[in-house]
Design a binder for this molecule. Structure first.
Ligand code: PLP
Length: 493
C-alpha cells in the first residue's frame, strides 16, 4: 500500500510513503496528510471465505491484502492485544436491540472506549519500529477524555516511547481523569491544565513550534510523533471491525451474505467513519454510512448541503464531549479519495482562509451517494438513553446520537448497525441524569445509582479506579507546560 499527499507536494516532503513511513510522520505538504493512493478491491470470495474466521485471522488477512510493510510477527503480536478484551474470542460483540437494529460494542478494551480498538495495536507497532530504527519517540497528546487514557494504556512501559498527555482540569469526567492520573509508569507524564480543551490543544501547538523545546528534543535525540486519528496507523485498525461486524450479522442470520446494511456512526474527527468508507471501497456491502453528530453539527450540514462552514460557529459543550469537534480532520481524506489532490488543496485552503467551502452539485452528489447525516440535541439524547434503558440496554451519550439517524425513513426496511463507542461507565453522571433524573455530585455516586437501577454491579475496572493512588497530581498554568515536560524528559534518562 502506497501513501500519497492529500494536498500535493511542495518539494520538501516525501511525495509517496510506505505504511510505516506514514505512521511515523503523518504530516504532508501544504498542511495535508498522507492518504492511500488507491484501495485494492477485495476478491469477491473474501467475505464468504472468512465467515468463520476469528477476529485476529480476519484482521491479518485484511492487513496482508492491503500490503503494509510491517513484519508479520510484529503484526501478530499487535493483534494478540485483542486477547485482553473482555472476551478474547469475540472482542467486538454485535448485540440485537430491536427488529433490524443492532449495536456493535466497540468498547470492550482496557479503557472502555473505542479508541482502544486502534490504539492498542498501534502502540505496539510504533514501539517495534522505534526499536528497529533505534529511535526514541515522544508522543504528545492533548485529550478531552478518551484518547488520553487509551494512549497511556497502550504506550505504558513500551520501549523507546515516552508520552506526555495534557488534559483540561475539570473538563473530563472523573472516570476519564482517574484513568489518566492513576496510570503509573516511568515513561508517562500526565499534566492537568488550568483551562479548557482548546487551551490544552493550543498549549500543545505552541509547544510543537517552540524553538527552545525543539532544540532540547534534538539534543536529547528524541523525535516527535502523534497518536491522533490523522495517523493512518490508527485508521487501518478501524477498517477491520467493519468487516467483522458485517460477518457477525451474517452469522446471526440478520442478513444474507452480500446484502447491504446501513451503518450509524457517532462522529467527531471522522476516523471511525473513514474506516467504514474505506471498507465500502474495498467492497463491503454498505448501502449508507449515516454520520451522527451532536449540536456541533458541522458534519450534518456538510453532508446535507455540501457546505463545510465554520464561519458562523463556536464550539458548544455537550453531553457527548468526544464529538465536540468542528474541524473534523479525516474529512480531508474523503475529499482526496473522491476529487484528487488539486481540488482537495483548493477546498482546504479556502476553509483555512474563509472558514467555509461549498462543493459543486455533482461533487455533493458523490458525497451523498454513500453518506447520510443527522444530529441529536442533548435533550433528545437523554430521551433515547431513557427509552433504551426501559428496554433493558445501557447506551452511552455518544452512541445515543445514532438513534436519531436511525429515524430516517429510507433506513426503516434495512438492517441498521449502530457503532457503540463508549461504555456507559465513562459518562455516569449524564446516564444517572437521563435514567434517574438525578443531578449527582460525583461520578462515583452516579455509577452506584445507575448500577442499582440496572440491577448490575459497577464493573471492577471502573470501581477500582477510585481506590488507586494518584501518580500524576500536577495541574499547571499553560506557560509552565514546556518546563514540566522537559523536566520529565531529562529526569528519565
Ligand atoms: C473518539 C470518539 C468518538 C468520535 O470518533 P471519530 O473517529 O473521531 O469520529 C465518538 N465517541 C467516542 C466515545 C469517542 O471516544
Amino acid at each position: 500500500m502506497i501513501f500519497t499527499e492529500t494536498r500535493g507536494n511542495d518539494g520538501k516532503h516525501q511525495a509517496r510513503l510506505s505504511f510505516s513511513g506514514a505512521l511515523q510522520s503523518p504530516i504532508a505538504s501544504f498542511g495535508g496528510i498522507y492518504s492511500p493512493e488507491s484501495m485494492p478491491p477485495l476478491d469477491p470470495d473474501f467475505l464468504g471465505a472468512h465467515l468463520d474466521s476469528s477476529y485476529k485471522k480476519l484482521a491479518l488477512a485484511l492487513l496482508q491484502h492491503l500490503g503494509i510493510d510491517i513484519d508479520t510477527q510484529v503484526l501478530r503480536q499487535a493483534l494478540d492485544l485483542y486477547d485482553r478484551f473482555d472476551d478474547a474470542t469475540d472482542p467486538v460483540p454485535v448485540v440485537k436491540l430491536d427488529q433490524k437494529l443492532y449495536v456493535s460494542e466497540l468498547y470492550h478494551g482496557p479503557t472502555r472506549a473505542f479508541k482502544d480498538m486502534a490504539l492498542q495495536p498501534f502502540g505496539l507497532i510504533l514501539s517495534a519500529l522505534a526499536q528497529q530504527q533505534q529511535k526514541q519517540y515522544l508522543i504528545l497528546t492533548a485529550t478531552s477524555g478518551d484518547t488520553g487514557p487509551a494512549a497511556l494504556e497502550t504506550f505504558r512501559n513500551r520501549a523507546n516511547i515516552r508520552v506526555a498527555c495534557l488534559y483540561p482540569d475539570g473538563g473530563t469526567s472523573d472516570v476519564q481523569r482517574l484513568q489518566m492520573v492513576t496510570e503509573d509508569a516511568p515513561n508517562i507524564k500526565v499534566i492537568g491544565i488550568r483551562g479548557n480543551f482548546d487551551d490544552a490543544q493550543s498549549a500543545l501547538k505552541s509547544l510543537l513550534s517552540s524553538k527552545t523545546f525543539n532544540q532540547r528534543l534534538c539534543a536529547l535525540k528524541i523525535s516527535l510523533s502523534a497518536a491522533n486519528s490523522v495517523n493512518f496507523g490508527r485508521i487501518i485498525f478501524q477498517m477491520i471491525y467493519q468487516f467483522h461486524c458485517y460477518l457477525a450479522l451474517v452469522r446471526q442470520q440478520a442478513i444474507t451474505l452480500g446484502e447491504g446494511i446501513v451503518l450509524h456512526i457517532p462522529s467527531g474527527n471522522f476516523g471511525n467513519a473513514l474506516g467504514a468508507y474505506y471498507a465500502h471501497r474495498l467492497g463491503l456491502p454498505i448501502t449508507k454510512i449515516a454520520i451522527a453528530s451532536n449540536a456541533n453539527n458541522v458534519l450534518t450540514e456538510w453532508i446535507q448541503t455540501g457546505r463545510y462552514d465554520l464561519s458562523h460557529r463556536a464550539l458548544i459543550t455537550t453531553t457527548s464531549p468526544a464529538m465536540d469537534i468542528l474541524k473534523s480532520s479525516n474529512v480531508e481524506r474523503v475529499l482526496f479519495d473522491l476529487f484528487g489532490a488539486t481540488r482537495t488543496r483548493e477546498l482546504m485552503q479556502q476553509l483555512d482562509e474563509l472558514g467555509w467551502y461549498q462543493l459543486e452539485p455533482q461533487e455533493h452528489e458523490q458525497v451523498t451517494g454513500i453518506f447520510a447525516a443527522d444530529f441529536c440535541s442533548d435533550s433528545e439524547g437523554k430521551e433515547y438513553i431513557r427509552q433504551t434503558f426501559a428496554q433493558g440496554y445501557l447506551l452511552d451519550p455518544h452512541t445515543a446520537t445514532c438513534l436519531k439517524t436511525c429515524q430516517s425513513e429510507p433506513f426503516m426496511d434495512q438492517v441498521n448497525l449502530i457503532y457503540s463507542t463508549a461504555e456507559w461507565t465513562k459518562f455516569a453522571s449524564v446516564m444517572d441524569n437521563a435514567i434517574n433524573g438525578n443531578e449527582p455530585d460525583s461520578d462515583q455516586a452516579a455509577l452506584e445509582s445507575v448500577a442499582t437501577a440496572a440491577g448490575i454491579e459497577v464493573p471492577e475496572v471502573i470501581a477500582q479506579l477510585f481506590e488507586k493512588p494518584i501518580a500524576h497530581p500536577d495541574v499547571v498554568d499553560k506557560q509552565d507546560i514546556e518546563s514540566e515536560i522537559l523536566k520529565f524528559l531529562e529526569s528519565e534518562r
